[in-house]
Design a protein around this ligand. Structure first.
Ligand code: PLP
Length: 428
């Protein structure tokens, strides 16, 4: 009982509550506008697996869930050493320590690109990097808009909309390896366009832009003087003969904010280490943006000090065989899934050139029982206990995204079940 805590009857803060008015605490617009597009769609599906079949989740964009992919031993050692040093328990500069920033600068200095630690700001994961980049460039009260890919990763929309910034999506062309429809991109730009977000290599498409395509994108950005936020979280996570080219390597006169982190290539998304790197040969960011991002980095008071301490070893000592093994596993899984799905009547599969994902199109006209891809996917779960992420989560209805990070025997099993399912419902 707390009603006797205060003897002063005129104070009502600590009464026993019998006659309290109901509390009404209203959430901010920022909170209400902060949507999780994946949850919104997935939570509205009826997902009841077949009790006789083990569920195979081809949906989870976290490479660690099945335990078949582990971080490099250098990464693990580096973090253990950082903790044992006893020197990582305090605050670090909000933009990151000089050593950690220099490690990122060195790690990304290739193909003729040369960075310095002053070009790097560390963040709590790449999502936080993207958040700060959008925040520093776009203002809701100036009616700014940003351009994002479709299909594309929904976090750009989630972040921008929570600040009231308009999001305009530009199309990718599936038949041409998911390159940007440049005419459509141009048609979306106006004088209020504050940034162009590109994602290369792409989640969910698994596509990797060629040097020539990157040049074309830069031309458009240059023509309209729109700075680019380049989400390169899957940098160098590419297969066999595909080469990853950072947009920075083209050394254009377009100011670039390159976002990345250790989450994907190093298989440690939970370590929450991201970065923003300035590539700005014309100095467009010098007057305000560099300082502005420095100020915004104070929002988190700096990112995890333990991982920062470990960062030079993670980035610069991880052996080439680790990277090779990861890409080989992903590539083999992609080929395995591609080979099976390619022969399934009613589906169109797009072979990825990198990342952890591939896109599959459901030829809905071949499955008249289902009026939407969502219905198709619900039934696939109900009958075969296989679940993929609906393209709707990425702005691409009628597609599904499957992940290629799970053990290959499960990928095979899931694709085989998909084949059986399609066979049952395919209509000529
Ligand atoms: C996973 C992912 C991110 C977020 O990375 P974190 O470091 O986990 O915040 C950003 N962009 C894309 C395209 C991703 O797939």
């Amino acid at each position: 009982m707390i009603d006797s805590v205060t003897k002063d009857k005129s104070r009502t803060v600590l009464t026993n509550g019998h006659n309290e008015k109901a509390w009404k605490v209203v959430a901010s617009e920022a909170a209400k506008n902060c949507k999780n597009y994946i949850r919104d769609i997935v939570d509205n599906l009826v997902l009841e697996p077949n009790p006789d079949k083990q569920v195979i989740a081809l949906s989870l964009g976290d490479p660690t869930v099945y335990g078949n992919l582990s971080p490099s031993k250098e990464s693990v050692e580096a973090v253990l050493e950082a903790i044992e040093s006893g020197k990582c328990n305090g605050y670090v500069p909000t933009v990151g320590t000089e050593e950690a920033r220099q490690a990122v600068a060195d790690y990304l200095s290739f193909d003729g690109v040369q960075y310095d630690y002053k070009d790097v700001i560390l963040c709590s994961g790449c999502s936080s990097s993207i958040d700060l980049c959008i925040t520093v460039l776009a203002d809701a009260n100036k009616n700014h808009n940003i351009l994002t890919p479709n299909p594309g990763f929904p976090i750009y929309r989630t972040l921008a909309e929570s600040y009231g910034i308009e999001v305009r999506s530009y199309n990718l062309i599936p038949e041409e390896g998911w390159i940007i429809d440049l005419a459509h991109l141009e048609s979306q730009i106006d004088e209020n366009t504050a940034a162009l977000v590109i994602n290369n290599p792409s989640n969910p498409c698994g596509s990797v832009f060629s040097e020539n395509h990157l040049r074309d994108i830069l031309e458009v950005a240059y023509k309209y003087k729109v700075p680019i936020i380049a989400d390169e979280i899957y940098e160098r996570l590419v297969f066999e003969s595909t080469r990853f080219v950072s947009i920075a390597a083209l050394n254009s006169h377009v100011p670039l904010l390159i976002c990345g982190g250790t989450g994907k290539r190093f298989l440690v998304p939970g370590w929450r280490l991201g970065w923003i790197v300035f590539h700005d040969p014309v100095g467009a960011f010098d007057a305000e943006i560099r300082r502005g991002l420095g100020c915004l980095s104070q929002k988190t008071i700096g990112c995890n000090g333990i991982v920062q301490k470990a960062l030079p070893k993670i980035l610069l000592s991880t052996s080439q065989s680790f990277y090779d093994d990861v890409t080989t596993i992903l590539y083999n899984n992609a080929k395995l899934a591609y080979k099976i799905i390619q022969d399934i009547e009613g589906l169109t599969v797009y072979m990825p050139d990198g990342t952890m994902y591939m896109m599959v199109k459901i030829q809905l006209e071949r499955f008249p029982q289902f009026s939407t891809g969502l219905e198709f996917m619900q039934r696939l779960m109900e009958e075969e206990s296989v679940f993929c992420l609906p393209g709707e989560c990425f702005g691409a209805p009628g597609f599904m995204r499957i992940i290629i990070t799970i053990p290959s025997e499960l990928i095979k099993e899931a694709c085989d079940r998909m084949r059986e399912f399609c066979k049952r419902y395919y209509t000529k």
